[in-house]
Design a protein around this ligand. Structure first.
Ligand code: ADP
Ligand code: MG
Length: 682
C-alpha cells in the first residue's frame, strides 16, 4: 500500500528496539500494522443513570461526596475506604480498597467520578477508579486491545497514539471522493483515528461504518475481478448434445418439472454449451427436486460424449442417488455405477478399469471418487451434492480429474445470502424457489419428553394407515459410539412398546454398508414401518411414504440439521408431521424449537440459524472459504455487504475504474492481492 506506512515501527519516535520486538511477537511489524491493530472492545465510561444499571454491571457515575470518608486498615498494605456519594437523586455507598491516600483528597461536597461495579442490593459501588472532578468527554470510550507478552493495553494505546501523531497524515484514502460522498463516509484518516480513540459513540459508529464498507468493497472487488477473469479465460468444454433427446428424457419422467426446475436447467444448459467452464451453485430447499436436475445435467454430458460424476458426503446417500439415477436413466441406455470405499476387490478393479476406458457414463460416489487410483476417460461434468460438507481442496481434486470439466455444486440447505455471496461469491447461482405441486406443509410440533407416549400412539395411528415413521435418536456431540448406543436403546424401547406389532428397523453409522443398504431398502419398500436412526439419514434420503419424523432431544441439533431431518418427510402427497421432542434449557434451544414450528422455509430458517450461531459455526468448518474480516461481520453488516457487492460489480464493468486516477488505490490493491493476475483462482 503506502510506502511510508510500510516502514518498521521503530521509525516512530518513542518506539525502540525492545518494544518493536514485543510488537513483532504480536504480528505487528510496520507502522501500517500498528495503525490497523484495532481494539477488540471499548471500555465504556459513559455516565449512566443508576436506574438503568443492572446488578454487577460496570458503571461510571458522577456525584458529590456526601460523608467524611472512613478508612480501615487490615494490615500495612490492605485497607478499605468507604464514603457516601450523592448521585442525582440517589445516595449510594462507595468502597475502595487499598488506596488509603484518597482519604485526604476527598472532601465533602466535592465532585468526583467513580468507576466500578454496581451492587444493586447493597446500593454500593466497589470502585476500581476514583477521579476527582468531572470526567472529560474525551475518554468516554477507552480502546481495549488484546495485548501479549511484555506489552500492556496502556502501552499499545500509547504506541498507536504516537503512530497516529507522527504518521497519520500519510494514511491514503483508497476510496474515491465520489463513493465517499454517496454514502457520506468519513475519510480513512478520520476513521482510523476514531476507531482507536473515539470521542463519542456516534464517531465510533461512523468510523466502523466507513472501514467495514472499505473492507467489504475490497473483498468484493477481488471476487468480481476473479470471476471476470475466470469467465473470460477459462477454457471449458462446449457441450454439444441433442436437445431433442434431452426433451424426450424430460417427457418420460414420472412428473412434470416445476417452473423453477425448468429455469435452472436452462441456466445450467447454457453454461454447459458455452466454451467457458461452468462454476455454478444450485440452491434449493429440501425436497425442491434437485436430484432430477442433476440427472438431466449428467445425461446432457453423456449425450455430448463425456462422463459425469456425482459426489456426495455419505455412503447411504451415494447408494440412494445411484439407485434413483439408475431408475431415472434406465430408458436412456446410460451406464450408472456406484463407487464408494465399500466397493472392493475384483469388483472395484473392474469398475476402475471401465471408468478409465470410458465404458461407464456416470459414476456416483463419496470421497472415494477423489482418490488417485480413480481415472476418467473423458470427464465432462462434476456435480457435488450437499456441497458445504466438502472442503475446498476436495472439490479442486475432483475437478482436476478432467480437463476443465463443468462444475455444479448443490446445497442441501439454502445458504444465507450473505454467506453465499462471501463464501461462494465467485460462483454463479441458480435457485429452485418452488416446491413440486401437491406438497402439503409439514406440520411441526414441539413437545416435552413427558408427552412421549402420546407421540408414540400417534405414530402407531399413522403406521396403521399404511404410513411410515423415522425416529431420530438423541445426539451426543463428538461421540458416535454413544449415539449408536442411544439408537439401540430407543430401538428396543419401541419394540417393547409396540409389542412386536410393527417392524422396526435400526440404522446407524456402525453398520456395514451392506447392512445399511438392506435396512434402507426394507424401509423404502415399507417392509420396515418405523426406522430408528442416528443422524446418518440426515441428508438426501428419499422415502415418500414416510410421514412422521420424530426427533429426540431436538434442541441439541442446529436449525439447518433439523430442517434437513424434517425434509425426510413431506416428500409424497400425504400430510406429514415433524415432532420435536425437547426440554431445552438454554434460550437459544427454545428459540430454535420456536423457529422450527413457525417456518418451513429453508431460506428463512438459514438466515435465523446464521443469526443464532454466527458465520463461523454455520458451515461447521474453517474450510468453508469464508474469509476472516477484520471488522466486518457478515451477519450484522449484511446491508453494507450487499451494497459493497453491487458497487464492486458496477465498478469492475466501468471504464472509469480501469482508467481514472481516482481509482488508483483500488486498482493497486487488486494488483497487490494477486487478483489481477488471476493467481488466486482457487
Ligand atoms: P432435494 O432437492 O431435497 O434433493 P429430491 O431431488 O430428493 O429433493 O426430490 C424430492 C422428491 O420430489 C423426490 O421424490 C422426487 O422424485 C420428487 N420430485 C422432484 N421433482 C418433482 C416434480 N417436479 N414434481 C413432483 N415431484 C418431484
Ligand atoms: Mg438431495
Amino acid at each position: 500500500m503506502n510506502k511510508e506506512l510500510q516502514q518498521p515501527v521503530t521509525q516512530i519516535k518513542g518506539i525502540g528496539e525492545e518494544t518493536s520486538e514485543a510488537l513483532r511477537d504480536m504480528g505487528i511489524e510496520t507502522i501500517e500494522d500498528l495503525l490497523m491493530y484495532f481494539p477488540f472492545r471499548y471500555e465504556d465510561y459513559e455516565i449512566r443513570d443508576l436506574a438503568d444499571v443492572k446488578h454487577d454491571e460496570k458503571v461510571t457515575v458522577q456525584g458529590k461526596v456526601h460523608s467524611e470518608p472512613s478508612l480501615m486498615h487490615y494490615s500495612c498494605k490492605k485497607s478499605r475506604l468507604t464514603f457516601r456519594l450523592l448521585v442525582d437523586r440517589y445516595l449510594i455507598n462507595v468502597v475502595c480498597f487499598n488506596r488509603p491516600y484518597l482519604k485526604n483528597r476527598l472532601s465533602i461536597n466535592e465532585t468526583v467520578t467513580v468507576i466500578g461495579k454496581w451492587d444493586q442490593h447493597r446500593q454500593t459501588i466497589t470502585a476500581v477508579e476514583i477521579k476527582i472532578g468531572t470526567q472529560s468527554e474525551a475518554c468516554e470510550l477507552e480502546p481495549v486491545y488484546s495485548a501479549r507478552g511484555a506489552l500492556t493495553v496502556k502501552g499499545i494505546r500509547r504506541f498507536i497514539k504516537l503512530a497516529l501523531e507522527q504518521y497519520g497524515g500519510a494514511i491514503h484514502d483508497p476510496l474515491p471522493a465520489s463513493i465517499r460522498q454517496t454514502y457520506r463516509l468519513i475519510s480513512k484518516h478520520a476513521a482510523i483515528s476514531a476507531i482507536h480513540f473515539p470521542r463519542s459513540h456516534e464517531e465510533l459508529k461512523q468510523a466502523r461504518r466507513r472501514l467495514v464498507y472499505e473492507e467489504f468493497l475490497l473483498f468484493q472487488l477481488k471476487i468480481h475481478v476473479l470471476r471476470k477473469i475466470q469467465r473470460e479465460h477459462s477454457r471449458g468444454i462446449s457441450h454439444r448434445f441433442s436437445m431433442e433427446k434431452l426433451e424426450q428424457f424430460i417427457q418420460q419422467l414420472p412428473f412434470s418439472l416445476t417452473h423453477a426446475q425448468k429455469r435452472v436447467i436452462q441456466e445450467i444448459m447454457k453454461d454447459m454449451r458455452s466454451p467457458h467452464r461452468m462454476n455454478r451453485l444450485l440452491q434449493g430447499d429440501v425436497g425442491s427436486g434437485k436430484t432430477v436436475v442433476a440427472a438431466i445435467a449428467l445425461y446432457a454430458t453423456v449425450l455430448s460424449g463425456y462422463q459425469g460424476a456425482l459426489m456426495v458426503p455419505t455412503e447411504i446417500l451415494a447408494e440412494q442417488h445411484a439407485h434413483s439415477l439408475k431408475q431415472l436413466l434406465a430408458s436412456a441406455e446410460v451406464s450408472v455405477e456406484l463407487l464408494t470405499s465399500s466397493v472392493k476387490g475384483k469388483r472395484r478393479k473392474e469398475l476402475l478399469t471401465n471408468l478409465a476406458a470410458g465404458q461407464i457414463d456416470i459414476v456416483i460416489g463419496t470421497h472415494a471418487l477423489i482418490q488417485d487410483e480413480v481415472n476418467f476417460h473423458k470427464l465432462g461434468l462434476v456435480i457435488t451434492d450437499e456441497q458445504h460438507r466438502f472442503g475446498v481442496e476436495q472439490r479442486r481434486i475432483l475437478r482436476e480429474k478432467g480437463e476443465s470439466p463443468d462444475v455444479l455444486f448443490m446445497t442441501a440447505t439454502p445458504i444465507p445470502r450473505t454467506l453465499a455471496i462471501t463464501a461462494f461469491g465467485e460462483m454463479d447461482v441458480s435457485i429452485i424457489d418452488e416446491m413440486p405441486a401437491g406438497r402439503k406443509k409439514i406440520e411441526t410440533y414441539w413437545v416435552k419428553h413427558n408427552m412421549l407416549e402420546r407421540v408414540l400412539d400417534f405414530i402407531e395411528k399413522e403406521v396403521q394407515k399404511g404410513r411410515q415413521a423415522y425416529v431420530i435418536c438423541p445426539l451426543i456431540e463428538e461421540s458416535e459410539k454413544l449415539d449408536v448406543q442411544n439408537a439401540i436403546d430407543v430401538h428396543s424401547m419401541l419394540v417393547h412398546y409396540y409389542r412386536g406389532k410393527y417392524r422396526i428397523g435400526l440404522m446407524h453409522g456402525r453398520l456395514s454398508s451392506e447392512e445399511k443398504d438392506e435396512v434402507m431398502k426394507a424401509f423404502s419398500q415399507n417392509e420396515v414401518h418405523i426406522l430408528v436412526s442416528t443422524t446418518v439419514v440426515e441428508v438426501g434420503v428419499n422415502v415418500p411414504n414416510a410421514t412422521v419424523m420424530l426427533i429426540y432431544d431436538a434442541d441439541r441439533f442446529g436449525l439447518a440439521q433439523l430442517h434437513q431431518l424434517r425434509g425426510r418427510v413431506g416428500r409424497g402427497n400425504e400430510q406429514s408431521y415433524c415432532i420435536l421432542l425437547a426440554d431445552p434449557k438454554s434460550e437459544t434451544g427454545k428459540e430454535r424449537m420456536r423457529i422450527m414450528t413457525e417456518t418451513n422455509d429453508g431460506f428463512v430458517l438459514s438466515e435465523k440459524d446464521l443469526q443464532l450461531r454466527g458465520p463461523g459455526d454455520f458451515f461447521g468448518t474453517k474450510q468453508s472459504g469464508l474469509p476472516d474480516f477484520k471488522l466486518g461481520d457478515v451477519v450484522h453488516d449484511y446491508r453494507v455487504l450487499e451494497v459493497a457487492r453491487s458497487d464492486a460489480a458496477k465498478l469492475i464493468e466501468s471504464h472509469a475504474f480501469w482508467h481514472d486516477e481516482a481509482y488508483h488505490w483500488l486498482r493497486l490493491y487488486l494488483e497487490e492481492s494477486g487478483a489481477l493476475s488471476g493467481e488466486k483462482l482457487d
